[in-house]
Design a protein around this ligand. Structure first.
Ligand code: PRP
Length: 179
């Protein structure tokens, strides 16, 4: 196992099986419609890349990058848009793809922004969900795994920008992130 890791939380095989199930469910639900997958950088990049390859309908992709304004605005959930969509979503079906929902503040704010642009629909697909951390309710329409409140890395998720490339999802050793 990679040094610094406490244990494997989700193996790449478990992740792959679940991603296939999610792709199948999404493909069925959007049959006959045109779907735009919106990946939220950077964590969701790996998940989106795998998800789209298992989908049986035509999808298009775009990305947004957001950053929280910092500790003071964390409670409001206001995020700064670092990179916006390259296309209009008016009248289109949008599925936001996230790696993890924690407090829910980021997604809640993003949903507000996207809904204001008059899409035909907006739904959320998140690989991981930490329900015990939720501060504001957000509708997660497609959920991969509910996980405990532990520091997880790999499969797109980072600690100080490291470990995103690992194929499995790990619980990080406490001494790594507590210094
Ligand atoms: C993570 C994740 C969500 C957000 C969830 O992004 O991808 O966007 O945090 O947290 P919340 O539910 O408490 O708002 P992060 O800021 O770590 O950026 P990254 O995807 O570039 O790693």
């Amino acid at each position: 196992m990679h040094p610094g890791m406490e244990r494997v939380l989700l193996s790449k095989d478990e992740i792959e099986d679940r991603v296939k199930e999610l792709a199948r469910a999404i493909s069925e639900d959007y049959q006959g419609k045109e779907l735009l997958l919106v990946g939220i950088l950077k964590g969701a990049a790996v998940f989106l890349a795998d998800l789209m390859r298992h989908m049986s309908i035509d999808v298009r992709i775009d990305f947004m990058a957001v950053s929280s304004y910092g500790a003071s605005s964390k409670s409001t959930g206001v995020v700064r848009i670092l990179k916006d969509l390259e296309q209009s979503i008016e009248g289109r079906h949008v599925l936001v793809v996230e790696d993890i929902v924690d407090t829910g503040l980021t997604l809640n704010y993003l949903l507000e922004i996207l809904r204001a642009r008059d899409p035909a629909s907006v739904r959320i697909c998140a690989l991981l969900d930490k329900p015990s951390r939720r501060e504001i309710e957000v509708p997660v329409d497609y959920k991969g795994f509910a996980i405990p409140d532990e520091f997880v890395v790999g499969y797109g998720l980072d600690f100080n920008e490291k470990y995103r490339h690992l194929p499995d999802i790990y619980v990080l050793k406490k001494e790594v992130y507590q210094g």
